[in-house]
Design a protein around this ligand. Structure first.
Ligand code: ZN
Ligand code: ZN
Length: 264
């Protein structure tokens, strides 16, 4: 299994997940032009993409979805509630391009995907547990808390793309207006570095190879603060010893990180 974030943060999100030469995208909150340019940076042909699965309807996740689906003639996968609120923003799609998914496992590009409800101020929002031939990838951004379902489903994955949105001190002492500080730090906002690190202490096992910290706030976090906070908490909890070979990195905002190929 391989993966890369193609863009990450409030300016636009997209994730590539693949196995052998079959792939799918999680969200596309950037323009088609940028998506195609970023795909080529990880040496992936758009012809490999078999569909786009939607986590929630916020613009930073769906901005380019309609145009990309038309351009590549691929289907879009979303729950009924998400279709209701986003359909008008996607433009014309053929009926067969609109795939309705339930909150249960589905198959896409030869991989199994389970929707894992997160807690966010959108109509609905989901993380994903992706299971390939041998390995699992846990994906979760845009959640104010670690939900029960996240805890249940995201333990012991081989790799993670997870949200480390903000440093709580930086957010609270920063220049955002009060209502925004309240929104971001609420149960339906975004995960702080500490919230995420505490969850990882429980989720990581000796099998875990990679963790990508994603959806960092430009204003209320830095890659250095996110990495040092998460590493510090993992070290204190001994979780780091459990997975000595673990590699941690931050998802860049506008470009992909190198394609991560997991060892089977
Ligand atoms: Zn977002
Ligand atoms: Zn969101």
């Amino acid at each position: 299994m391989h993966f890369a974030t193609l863009a990450s943060g409030s300016s636009g999100n997209a994730i590539l997940v693949g196995e052998e030469n079959r792939s799918f995208l999680v969200d596309c909150g950037i323009t088609v032009k940028k998506l195609l340019a970023n795909l080529s940076m990880v040496n992936t042909s758009p012809l490999q993409i078999e569909g786009i699965i939607i986590t929630h309807e916020h613009t930073d996740h769906i901005k380019g979805v309609g145009a990309l689906a038309r351009k590549l003639n691929i289907p879009v996968y979303a729950t009924n509630a998400l279709w209701e609120v986003m359909e008008d923003n996607l433009g014309d799609l053929k009926p067969e391009q609109k795939i309705l998914v339930q909150e249960e496992d589905l198959s896409l590009a030869g991989m199994n995907i389970r929707l894992v409800p997160t807690s966010h101020d959108s109509r609905e929002s989901y993380g994903l547990k992706v299971t390939g031939r041998k390995l699992t990838l846990g994906i979760a951004t845009d959640s104010g808390i670690i939900t029960e379902e996240m805890h249940r489903n995201l333990q012991g994955c081989d790799a993670y793309i997870v949200e480390a949105n903000h440093d709580l001190q930086k957010l609270m002492h920063g220049r955002y207006p009060w209502y925004l500080k309240k929104r971001i730090s609420s149960n339906h906002g975004h995960l702080s570095n500490v919230q995420l690190a505490e969850a990882l202490c429980e989720w990581l096992t000796e099998n875990t190879q990679k963790v990508v910290l994603a959806h960092l706030s430009e204003e209320n976090n830095t890659p250095e603060i996110a990495l040092s906070t998460v590493l510090g908490i993992l070290r204190d909890s001994q979780a780091r010893r459990r997975c000595a070979g673990l590699k941690l990195r931050v998802a860049p905002r506008h470009i992909p990180h190198e394609l991560i190929v997991l060892e089977e």
